[in-house]
Design a protein around this ligand. Structure first.
Ligand SMILES: Nc1nc2c(ncn2[C@@H]2O[C@H](COP(=O)(O)OP(=O)(O)OP(=O)(O)O)[C@@H](O)[C@H]2O)c(=O)[nH]1
Ligand SMILES: [Mg+2]
Length: 343
């Protein structure tokens, strides 16, 4: 799962990157930097007490820092291009410099619409060129579908509407998904406040149905992360300012981007895995190994909380809390799974 950090120059993306992954991006700051942020899972420790595994592995998010957008728009389309391969966007909006949140959010959306419009327009021109050639009918039919959907997307973007995959037919989606439109990506807005901001919650009212808004003083959090816990507590009490832990923020990103954690546990390894919410047992099996999809027989399922509460698999079984499931079982957050596969 790749999370792209995006925003205007100096909005605090690289500071956010540092907070999330624990190191600064490359020195010149202009290039794309990528690093992993392990997803904290407090229940892993309790599982280790049960299994004493040789190895512990945490699922992680890939954090991608991108070059800042220019206010005069020059070069922004290519800067935004770095985000095409990402799955979820965190748009960093600075207010520590006195900017207006709503204005910043609108300006930013406009940049993304503009970048998508350029992609759609360029591709449309190419498609129309190809349509003039003498091509086999099936190819012409395909081009006709692409032309129609691109025209619809272009008109929508010109009116400021984001690209919406769920409004397309399967055929239209297939024809356009490789463009990875930015406005189609799920995203959140991170309002980067000044160090002395005490009312972070008030920014949440800018959230809209599918775009949550959260405020964090990113610069301050980086400093806090370097303090000893006691020192940090004293500082926060004295200043009366709120703080979000890095762990909480990473889990929130996982949640906002539609992902959840499931676990596997044994004496060899206790491990967390990332999968989409409401995904099925066969998808979970595929996360572990693509081979498991073909060879899947069934999954043994135990809720991690039951396992931790009762202290052993034997006790869970004695109480009848384990269950066997087929490939279409909807995995629940925190399930501990064991897959039976054919040889
Ligand atoms: N006061 C304050 N300053 C911040 C905060 N976050 C970042 N800054 C300052 O803003 C400047 C830019 O921060 P960066 O994190 O490098 O911003 P960026 O978005 O990566 O910038 P580009 O990569 O140039 O687009 C630095 O001087 C930071 O010290 C913050 O939360 N509060
Ligand atoms: Mg930067």
């Amino acid at each position: 799962m790749k999370i792209g950090l995006v925003g205007y120059q100096g909005s605090g993306k690289s500071t956010l990157f540092q907070w999330l992954v624990g190191r600064k991006p490359e020195p010149d700051g202009k290039q794309v930097a990528q690093a992993t942020a392990p997803i904290p899972e407090p229940r892993v420790e309790a599982l280790c007490e049960i299994y004493h595994p040789k190895k512990v592995t945490y699922a992680s998010l890939e954090i991608v820092d991108t070059p800042g957008l220019s206010r005069d728009q020059t070069g922004n389309v290519s800067r935004l291009g770095y985000l095409r391969e990402t799955d979820y966007l965190v748009c960093v909006v600075p207010v520590f410099d006195g900017s207006d949140v709503k204005k910043e959010m609108d300006a930013f959306l406009e940049e993304m619409v503009f970048a998508d419009l350029e992609i759609a327009t360029n591709r449309l021109e190419k498609v129309r060129e190809q349509q003039k050639r003498h091509l086999p009918k099936d190819q012409l039919d395909k081009l006709a579908v692409e032309e129609a959907i691109l025209q619809k997307i272009k008109t929508g973007l010109e009116e400021g509407h984001p690209v919406k995959a769920d409004e397309m037919t399967a055929e239209e989606y297939k024809a356009t998904r490789s463009f990875r439109f930015l406005t189609e990506k799920n995203r959140m807005i991170l309002v980067n406040t000044g160090d002395d901001e005490t009312d972070h919650a008030s920014y949440e009212k800018f959230s809209t149905g599918d775009v949550p808004v959260r405020a964090v003083s990113v610069g301050l959090e980086v400093e806090l992360a370097q303090m000893a816990p006691e020192e940090r507590r004293e500082f926060l009490d004295e200043m009366g300012i709120p703080s979000t832990s890095r762990e909480k923020f990473i889990r929130m990103l996982m949640d906002f981007s539609g992902q959840m954690v499931f676990l596997t546990a044994g004496e060899k390894e206790v491990r967390t895995w990332l999968m989409r919410k409401n995904g099925t047992a066969i998808e979970a099996a595929g996360c572990i190994h693509t081979d498991f999809i073909k060879k899947f027989i069934r999954a043994e399922v135990v809720a991690c909380d039951d396992l931790v509460r009762l202290g052993s698999e034997r006790e869970v079984k004695a109480q009848g809390l384990n269950h066997r499931e087929h490939k279409d079982y909807v995995v629940q957050e925190g399930d501990v799974l064991l897959f039976h596969i054919s040889q």
